[in-house]
Design a protein around this ligand. Sequence first.
Ligand SMILES: [Zn+2]
Length: 164
Amino acid sequence: MYSPGFAVHITLDITKHTIPMPSSLKAAFTDYIVGWLVTTAAAIVTFIVTWAFPDAWLRMSTFVLANVEPKVLLVLFICTAMILLVVIAFFLPYLTAEKKKLLGGIYWDKEKNPHCPSCKTPVSNYGEFNFGDWGYLCNVCKSVFNLADASGNPIKPEDARRML
Ligand SMILES: [Zn+2]
């Protein structure tokens, strides 16, 4: 059908050129691409079978209806619907989640609010901690996250907001 290795390779290649994503989101994205490839492959197979054998689906459904109990069909249908609901429920948070930009070691949302780079909780307590460590204090992680440029030089929140 499809090669998972090939799909993963393509996915990693795409994500390399976008903003850094947490590993859980990256995994969800990989799953999404693999799912998309499987769906496309299934659609192509369906098209070819329909094109080559126009009455294949009619014969198949007649065969299934004649040989499989309606109760079994109903159970299969309910199982499929439930699996589909679970899959949708699993992916919905990823699809609706707001994307945050990483700048200076801190995540920033669309309104330029700072968020903890570890747990994504909003942080507002900026100041000097641990003798000369300027950064944001996350109340959840109990850690200070420095706000610095790519060279490690400290930058002020105003500078970071201007760069966003
Ligand atoms: Zn945190």
